[in-house]
Ligand binder design. Structure first.
Ligand code: MN
Length: 562
């Protein structure tokens, strides 16, 4: 008996025995890697990746996703590296695990709504493969289920991030069941008392209305059978606690007002049957005018399809009836994850392709129905983005076009920053100003008082804002700079904080001008700075270099022959 037994049972219900063995191998690999590590609860660490895999197996995800789920914390929390995973389990799995680890490294800080939206976009953009997001969501779900053992501070941080970031992502991907559970777990963690009171109220409501509910359920079933339209399933739908709470807060409704309408789901075998069932229930109970919605012909923005109608039930209680097929119901529950449910038939089709196909299928539906394209546009942008999302040193997120460089970043912050930009750091390391930015990086711009934009930047900037500023500056300063001498100077500096600012200050003190800085990192502790300076003449250059030498830490200053 191992921890693996329960997961094995789930896997065997839909994967080949070869795939199951492979996942078992990953389990033993991960168990060895996490050996000795414990969760906060005292459980062996391996129970966590197993639970994450269990969640994804219940969603019927493919073998690679399951392997990645079992291994998802190995790169992050053990000495094992990506290459080792690639050797054992293949490149695709290693990429997935690496993607999950990268998401784990960036943390959401700000409370602002706009920031949250950018952060969601950034996460989606960072995941080149949507399965990375699915593993991350399952990881988050298990962490939310086991919140109880964490300290208050840690718990609050995780709940906030879940409510602001992960629940909306789940919603956007149409993963209703997962989103509902995340929200209810978050709600009861933040408001334990309110959640308990509400839960009790719902229980009481069900008890007093049980006979009415089952009466309506049986009546609908019998009536459909009489009309030769036997449904696959009929059930009464309940609102989740957080939704009830939110409706009470936002719409200023009382509990009984929120609960006033009973909702029933009817599952049938075909689209055609949906419409016929609609006719039958409209005959059974009188429909409320203007409450009929045909989401089959006009699907909701996230792909949801069903017929909705509201009826006057027995004793005048309003009943909402939702009619859909089993496939539509899968999409209503798991959204984008449904993709893998249906995926067994086209095994040769890589997942990224299937995701595209899923999106274009949605696009088709929506074009055909003339529905707003909002969702599909969002998801498309999010999954295959034209933008990169990077952090400022303060943790704000900037959205830039793909291919943007630190110079574009500097101008996006402020044109003064762009105009006085001399060097840049990405994730605390100096980089050439022409470096292309990638999602999730933190970018820091080093400015100097007298610096001016270098026309050569026009060769690599991609934003109009940077371009026009550099051009504008060039035209203005051409006249005043034409009589200046351009010299290349090389400075050897130790890698220590603030050194660049000191050099920039020294040059400014001597009235010199920095046109450009390139940093060349060397082995060990030193870097070489290549400075392009503007000075009046040789004598002025000597003054500037002398001023630089006054900085104690600097080992060498010399003119470069160019
Ligand atoms: Mn984890």
């Amino acid at each position: 008996m191992t921890h693996f037994t329960e997961l094995r049972r789930e896997l065997e219900s839909y994967l080949s025995s070869e795939a199951v063995e492979n996942i078992y191998k990953a389990y033993r690999f991960a168990a060895r890697a996490h050996k000795g590590q414990q969760r906060q609860s005292g459980d062996p660490y391996i129970t966590h990746p197993l639970a994450v895999a269990q969640i994804l197996a219940e969603m019927r995800l493919d073998e690679q996703t399951l392997l990645a789920a079992i291994l998802h914390d190995v790169i992050e929390d053990t000495p094992i590296e990506k290459v080792a995973l690639a050797e054992e389990f293949g490149h695709e799995v290693a990429e997935l695990v690496d993607g999950v680890s990268k998401l784990a490294q960036i943390q959401f800080q700000s409370r602002a709504e706009a920031q949250a939206e950018s952060f969601r976009k950034m996460l989606l953009a960072m995941a080149k493969d949507i399965r990375v997001i699915l593993v991350k969501l399952a990881d988050r779900l298990h962490n939310m289920r086991t919140l109880g053992v964490l300290s208050h501070g840690k718990r609050c941080r995780i709940v906030r991030e879940t409510m602001d970031i992960y629940a909306p992502i789940a919603q956007r991907l149409g993963m209703h069941a997962l989103r509902v559970e995340l929200e209810d777990l978050g709600f009861s963690a933040v408001y334990p008392l309110r959640s308990r009171v509400l839960q009790e109220a719902v229980r009481k409501f069900k008890r007093t209305h049980r006979s009415t509910i089952s009466h309506i359920e049986t009546t609908i079933k019998e009536c459909l059978e009489k009309n030769n339209l036997p449904p696959s399933a009929v059930w009464s739908h309940k609102k989740h606690l957080y939704k009830i709470y939110r409706e009470m807060r936002e719409k200023h409704l009382s509990f009984s007002e929120v609960m006033e309408t009973y909702t029933f789901c009817i599952i049938v075998d075909s689209r055609d049957t949906c419409y016929r069932v609609l006719g039958v229930v409209h005959n059974l109970y009188k429909p409320l005018p203007e409450r009929f919605r045909d989401y089959i012909a006009l699907p909701k923005a996230n792909g949801y399809q069903a017929l909705h109608t509201t009826l006057f039930g027995p004793h005048g209680v309003p009943i909402e009836v939702q009619i859909r097929t089993a496939d539509m119901n899968n999409i209503a529950d798991s959204g984008i994850a449904t993709n893998w449910l249906m995926s067994n038939e086209d095994k040769n089709n890589p997942v990224q392709e299937r995701t595209r196909a899923w999106l274009s299928r949605l696009l088709d539906i929506q074009q055909w129905t003339g529905n707003p394209l909002e969702f599909i546009e969002n998801v498309k942008i999010d999954l295959f983005p034209e933008e990169v999302y990077v952090f400022t040193p303060k943790g704000d997120i900037l959205e830039l076009p793909r291919g943007a460089t630190p110079v574009d970043f500097a101008y996006a912050v402020h044109s003064d920053i762009g105009n006085s930009c001399v060097a840049a750091k990405i994730d605390r390391r100096f980089v050439p100003l022409s470096t292309m930015l990638a999602n999730g990086q933190t970018v820091e711009i080093i400015t100097a008082l007298n610096a001016s934009p270098n026309p050569a930047w026009l060769n690599f900037v991609v934003t109009g804002r940077a371009r026009s500023n550099i051009r504008h500056f060039g035209v203005e300063s051409q006249a005043s700079q034409s009589d200046l001498l351009k010299v290349a100077v090389q400075v050897e500096v130790p890698n220590q904080p603030g050194i660049l600012a000191q050099i920039a200050a020294a040059i400014a003190t001597a009235d010199g001008n920095i046109d450009n800085i390139n940093v060349e990192e060397r082995e060990g502790n030193n870097s070489i700075l290549h400075l392009m300076l503007s000075v009046h003449d040789r004598k002025h250059l000597a003054q500037v270099m002398r001023q630089i030498r006054t900085i104690k830490a600097i080992t060498r200053v010399m003119r470069e022959n160019k």
